[in-house]
Design a protein around this ligand. Structure first.
Ligand code: MN
Length: 447
């Protein structure tokens, strides 16, 4: 796991004042990467780093000689940020990511080493986030979605198969399916209610076709693969964490009625592939280093992870102490200026499988992962009702609708609902945030 260094020092202050505000998602210790362009301009997207309510244009800072005192590796890494996505930076590898992080931290901190730009240069380099449009930070070649929360798997299983909630393979193998990369979009992407084929209303009749009536969200963590592995070269568990670049929030929008009809025997298909939303800022593995948590503590009677999934360091710190929150704002709430209401709050440390275990399992057959690939954790649910990460669990398959301000209830998502997910790590006076991922449900297209 990544060691703590000068960039994690809680005493560091930034000359970007908004970054020092208590509770800020993007303090100097975070430095997440995203892609942006100025709203209203016709410029191509570029790579930036979030700091408080500002974004540092990395390539512009390089051009303005802000990285003059940084080494060649940091300068090469900054140069890789000229493109529209992070993929070029990912290909440079962990040493370059680290060098750039140190250089950015020194540039943005108050102190003797500060290379703070001033005058017209500062305005070109440091942009108000409110004036920017954010894009997908990576070109995602492939997207795989796992099922790493044993609480989620048990809850769903209890609804579908009360006699056998958890399949016998669950505690041995990280379950996943191949998702669809083309429909992954960044926060703010509108989500059109999908049309699909659903189970017959009565036995013996034909299936129905129409807009999903059971539209749901899934609260997930998305991990971005940084280092590739060559075809036929599995990644050993001890090396797996170093293959990951960082994480985002992920909403795996799901049509449960479509899913229920189509999922056997090959798993989810059109019930998932219509839309997946991710947050715009990739929080790096390095930034997350102070917030590692032990792997899930398996109860007595649970099998130990098989050898290829077992690693002492991963067991000690393979999970993340990451608080995750889901909020809904209905159209009526928005019209009445009622703030989004919390639907659930939980923590990613409850995941049964670590991302290192997921990545190692994914490659054990020789499958090659590439820089920019996206791995979803699966719905993050905890042991308590308030920590259930999808509406299917939260409203227990529609039988216990969630109460919202103004007297509305939700069993499933309604057109016009805005769904917001937030995430943050907080520990011993340290705090960094992932920002948010949001999306509003649009009515199905008329057929
Ligand atoms: Mn999912």
């Amino acid at each position: 796991m990544t060691a703590l260094d000068e960039t994690h020092d809680t005493l560091l202050h930034s000359w970007v004042e908004s970054a020092n505000a208590p509770g800020a998602d993007f303090p100097l210790q975070n430095l997440p990467f995203g892609a942006f362009h100025k709203r209203g301009s016709h410029e191509a997207p570029r790579i930036g780093v979030a700091i408080g309510d500002r974004v540092l244009d990395v390539a512009a800072a390089l051009d303005a000689a802000c990285f003059l005192k940084a080494g060649l590796l940091a300068q090469a890494a900054a140069g890789a940020c000229r493109g529209a996505t992070l993929n070029a930076l990912l290909l440079l590898g962990p040493d370059a990511w680290h060098a750039l992080r140190v250089a950015l931290s020194r540039l943005l901190r108050v102190g003797a080493d500060s290379l703070r730009p001033d005058g017209p240069a500062a305005a070109r380099i440091l942009l108000p986030m409110a004036e920017l449009e954010l894009h997908l930070p990576v070109e995602i070649g492939d997207y795989t979605d796992f099922y790493a929360s044993v609480h989620h798997a048990t809850n769903i299983g209890t609804m579908l198969r009360p006699d056998q909630p958890l399949m016998p393979n669950y505690k041995w193998i990280p379950i996943g399916y191949h998702g669809r990369a083309s429909s992954v979009g960044v926060s703010g992407m509108p989500v059109r209610r999908p049309v699909g084929q659903m189970a017959p209303a009565a036995p013996g009749s034909a299936p129905t076709v129409g807009p999903s009536q059971r539209l749901d969200y899934e609260l997930e963590v998305g991990a971005i693969v940084g280092q590739r592995n060559a075809l036929a070269h599995p990644v050993r568990i001890g090396a797996a964490a170093a293959h990951l670049f960082g994480i985002v929030l992920l909403n795996d929008w799901s049509a449960r009625d479509v899913q229920g009809w189509e999922y056997q025997p090959l798993g989810p298909f059109l019930s998932k592939s219509f839309a997946t939303s991710i947050s715009p800022w990739v929080v790096t593995q390095e930034a997350l280093a102070p917030f590692r948590a032990p792997a899930f503590v398996r109860t007595e009677g649970d099998p130990a992870p098989l050898t290829y999934l077992a690693d002492a360091a991963d067991q000690a710190s393979g999970n993340l102490d990451l608080t995750l929150e889901v909020l809904i704002q209905t159209q009526a709430m928005a019209k009445a200026h009622v703030a989004p209401a919390r639907v659930s709050i939980g923590n990613a440390r409850e995941l049964y499988w670590t991302f290192a275990q997921m990545l190692t399992h994914h490659t054990m057959n020789g499958c090659n992962l590439r820089a920019g690939d996206l791995l979803g954790s699966g719905t993050v649910s905890g042991p308590t009702p308030e920590s259930r990460g999808c509406l299917m669990e939260r409203a227990w398959r529609g039988t216990e609708p969630v109460a919202l301000p103004g007297g509305e209830t939700r069993a499933w998502l309604v057109d016009g609902d805005t769904l917001i997910m937030r995430g943050w790590c907080e520990r011993e006076g340290r705090r960094i945030g992932l920002g948010e991922v949001r999306g509003t449900v649009l009515p199905a297209l008329a057929s």
